[in-house]
Design a protein around this ligand. Structure first.
Ligand code: ATP
Ligand code: MG
Length: 412
């Protein structure tokens, strides 16, 4: 089995050739996602390389060859190497010495077979050299790629007990590459039986995997299997509406929408402010992620498909474009005959140009309104007036109104 350099330009790219030239012959091979995806005909995102050399030796050689070497992961045997905007993750061959379900103590090895044994799935334990020659130390990886079977390397239970994140990775890779195949029975049963171990994982690792799972083109069947097996409830007690996810995926297919893991999470959780707040907190989401979910969950703006244009634009301004788009798309999903009416609201919000409020604080200060609460109050009152007019009232009229307002407010 050989990878085709024409279809995989990264194999033959200048940074790749320069990197392999800096290392002794046969000491490095591609591994993991890039080999797996190349064989599956899926896009290759990042380039992982396994090497028999120890990290300090790799760092020395690559620095000499002019690469930028980042040593943040060196304690685990990983270096990040950058050349002409190509990023390589280079990891010394390892074998697990001890594991506790969350992290492993590892030792370096020069044995490719030992390194393959500590990897999670047979299709992730495939290696390729610079010529594209594929190596399959487990003897099952290539066949499993062909069958799109996500199969643990070795005994599923043992491998899960070493690292419970593998349960989520099993579902993530199934959602991406095996969604239309029968899942490995033993692997699935082990994931179901050992799911309570997921509770020992850090929120960051869980959320990062869930996001990847929910970014798969067709995650619905996998999520349904997770629901039936109780794994979804263990992971996302606030977001277990698998049926909603199916509707959203159907809409995505009809309207050629890119998968959006946040929308998918929203449809699975429903617009409940408290539950959403709990979900954001438990998964330790970033402020940006939290902001999008909470704005959507808490929005009270009236939004319906039959609103006159002016009214819907006022709604977009009040709710915010993203919230309006999110609400409309989620209403379109599974709406049956109403789908296109809500889709139209989504498109309207998407194409809407947010108007700029024409009055600035300094305009009011020039009119003699002092800094402080009165200024804020006047700005808000003017903005409300401007919004109510459908954004039509112009700056001079607003300033005239400001003068009157201030007279009334402060008795000038
Ligand atoms: P992608 O980069 O597309 O998410 P990947 O397979 O490259 O997929 P990474 O997380 O980049 O995934 O990991 C690289 C490789 O390291 C995997 O292919 C696998 O061989 C191994 N690996 C990663 N995480 C684990 C784990 N928790 N247990 C065992 N092996 C793992
Ligand atoms: Mg990878």
């Amino acid at each position: 089995m050989k990878l085709d350099a024409d279809k995989n330009p990264w194999l033959d790219a200048a940074p790749t050739r320069k990197l392999f030239a800096a290392l002794p012959k046969d000491s490095a091979r591609f591994v993991g996602g890039c080999v797996r995806n190349a064989l599956l005909g899926a896009p290759v995102a990042d380039l992982d390389i396994a090497t028999t050399l120890e990290p300090a030796e790799v760092a020395k050689r690559l620095k000499q060859a002019g690469f930028a070497v980042h040593e943040t992961g060196i304690a685990h045997g990983t270096l990040t190497v950058v050349c002409a905007s190509t990023v390589f993750e280079i990891t010394t061959l390892r074998k697990d010495v001890s594991t506790d379900g969350r992290r492993a103590t590892v030792a370096f090895t020069k044995d490719w077979n030992e390194d393959a044994q500590r990897r999670d799935f047979t299709m992730n334990a495939l290696y390729a050299d610079l010529a594209g020659q594929v190596y399959d130390p487990t003897g099952q990886g290539i066949a499993d790629i062909k069958a799109r079977k996500i199969r643990f390397v070795g005994d599923a239970r043992t491998r899960i007990e070493e690292d419970y994140l593998r349960i989520l990775r099993f579902f993530r890779f199934t959602a991406w590459y095996g969604h239309d195949r029968i899942m490995d029975k033993g692997g699935l049963a082990a994931c179901r039986d050992l799911q309570s171990g997921l509770k020992t994982l850090s929120a960051e690792r869980i959320w990062s995997e869930i996001k990847k799972l929910l970014s798969a083109p067709y995650p619905f069947r996998t999520v349904n299997v997770m629901l039936v097996g109780g794994v979804l409830e263990t992971l996302l007690p606030e977001a277990s509406n698998a049926e909603g996810l199916q509707y959203l995926c159907e809409l995505e297919a009809i309207k050629s929408l890119e998968p959006d893991p946040y929308l998918r999470l929203m449809v699975m959780s429903g617009r409940d402010e408290l539950a959403t707040a709990r979900l954001c907190k438990r998964l330790k989401m970033s402020n940006k992620e939290k902001a999008r979910l909470m704005a959507w969950a808490g929005d009270q703006t009236k939004l319906t498909p039959d609103m006159p244009k002016k009214e819907s634009e006022i709604a977009f301004y009040t709710a915010g474009r993203q919230v309006a788009m999110d609400r409309a798309i989620l209403r379109a999903a599974g709406a049956g005959a109403d789908m296109n009416r809500w889709w139209h609201v989504y498109l309207q919000a998407k194409n809407w140009q947010k108007p700029d409020f024409p009055v600035a604080g300094k305009d009011l200060i020039e009119l003699g309104i002092p800094h402080g609460p009165a200024l804020g109050k006047a700005m808000r009152a003017l903005e409300a007036l401007w919004i109510k007019s459908g954004f039509n009232v112009q700056k001079p009229q607003l300033l005239t109104a400001a003068k009157m307002l201030f007279r009334n407010l402060d008795g000038l």
